[in-house]
Every structure is written in structure tokens, then in C-alpha cells.
Design a protein around this ligand. Structure first.
Ligand code: E4P
Length: 217
């Protein structure tokens, strides 16, 4: 399983990229709004940091296929690594089909059922994004959805990649890897949690103390 970072914050993106742990980025309208910066400016900056798939979503207020296709073309024109993120609606599927026919990669987002994922794949989506955390929030195990999609795609030889999204903690990450997600898109805070272990910190302290006791600073 590969890692994308789920943020529009360029400082976090730069830090994660420098550690060599991510190979792509996902954004959404909420994440872009949180930065309070122009969409195109942020996306251009992200493409200059990470050399991998960068998901930029169509405007939250654009709900018709024609509008999504027009915006999708603009997003794709920003950089060859751009992936157009499209909501899982009937109009979104229509836009997915049209954009993929033009050679534009799409990421169908807000996927909450295996049926939605299968439809998105058949419409030509390069990626589908099932949202674990938001399912967990309503007491439905999100990981079951990732596992089911993974089994269906494997059974039918579907090449659409599964991006496990709405990942909230390191346990989610490991569960996603075991459930067969191709990618987990993870907030910077979760990447930090994954790095840390109290025994690692204790081990470093002990090595330093033992070394200093004999050799000094
Ligand atoms: C990524 O593609 C999603 O937009 C994101 O993971 C949503 O996460 P959230 O449910 O924590 O907002």
C-alpha cells in the first residue's frame, strides 16, 4: 500500500515529501478552504513539491456534468500529474466517463458503498475514494467497505485503484493495508502518530546516556 497525504497545506506536504513517505496528494474543497488561498495557486505549488498524482476537486457548487467536465479540463491543464476529483453522483459519473475518454484521470470521491465504487470503476475512474472515518462516525465499520471493494475489484480484474480516505488514526492505516487498499491518503497528524513509538524514544535516550557516560558529549 502506498501513501498520499490528505491536505492542502504546503508545509505539511513538503515535510512528508522530504521524508520520502508519500507519492501523491489529495485535496478537497474543505481542505482548500482551510488554507484560505486561491485554488490554482495552491495546486500549482503542490505540483512543484510532489512528483505524483495530485487530486484537485471540482468546485463544491458545481453539480452538473457539463460544469464538472469544463472544470475538470481546467484542473487537468494545471499539470500532467493532476487527477480530477469528482463526487459520486449520477452527474459525476457522466463527467467521469467523459473526462476519462479524454485521457484525464479521475478520482471518484464520497464513496460509501461497494455499489458506488463499482459504478465509478465502470465509468472509467482511475481511483475511487471510500471514506472510512465518516462511516465509523455513524457506527458502520468503514474498513468492511474497503475490504469488499478490494475483493470485488480483484475478482473482476478491475484496475481502478482504491484510495482509502477519511483515515483518522494509525489503526485505520494498518487495517487499510490488510484490507487491500492500494493507497491510504493520510493527514499529516496521522503520519506523525505513525512515526512515533514510546519505546523508540526511550531507546534513543538510553543509547545517548550510555554513549555519553563513556565518551562524553
Ligand atoms: C480524501 O480524499 C477525503 O477528502 C478526506 O480523506 C476526507 O476526510 P475527513 O472525513 O476526515 O474529512
Amino acid at each position: 500500500m502506498k501513501f498520499f497525504i490528505d491536505t492542502a497545506n504546503v508545509d505539511y506536504i513538503r515535510k512528508a515529501n522530504d521524508m520520502g513517505i508519500i507519492c501523491g496528494v489529495t485535496t478537497n474543497p474543505s481542505l482548500i478552504a482551510k488554507e484560505g488561498r486561491d485554488f490554482k495557486q495552491v495546486i500549482e505549488e503542490i505540483t512543484s513539491i510532489v512528483d505524483g498524482p495530485i487530486s484537485g476537486e471540482v468546485k463544491a457548487t458545481t453539480t452538473d456534468a457539463e460544469g464538472m467536465i469544463a472544470e475538470g479540463k481546467e484542473i487537468a491543464a494545471i499539470h500532467p500529474n493532476m487527477v480530477v476529483k469528482i463526487p459520486m453522483t449520477a452527474e459525476g459519473l457522466k463527467a467521469t466517463k467523459a473526462l476519462s475518454a479524454m485521457g484525464v484521470k479521475t478520482n471518484v470521491t464520497l464513496v460509501f458503498s461497494a455499489a458506488q465504487a463499482l459504478l465509478a470503476a465502470r465509468a472509467g475512474a482511475a481511483y475511487v475514494s471510500p471514506f472510512l472515518g465518516r462511516l465509523d462516525d455513524i457506527s458502520m465499520p468503514g474498513i468492511d467497505l474497503v475490504r469488499t471493494i478490494s475483493e470485488i475489484f480483484a475478482l473482476h480484474g478491475i484496475e481502478t485503484e482504491i484510495i482509502a480516505a477519511s483515515v483518522r488514526n494509525p489503526i485505520h492505516v494498518i487495517d487499510c493495508a490488510m484490507a487491500g487498499a492500494d493507497i491510504a491518503t493520510v493527514p499529516y497528524s496521522v503520519l506523525e502518530q505513525m512515526i512515533k513509538h514510546p519505546l523508540t524514544d526511550q531507546g534513543i535516550e538510553k543509547f545517548q546516556a550510555d554513549y555519553k557516560a563513556v565518551f562524553g558529549e
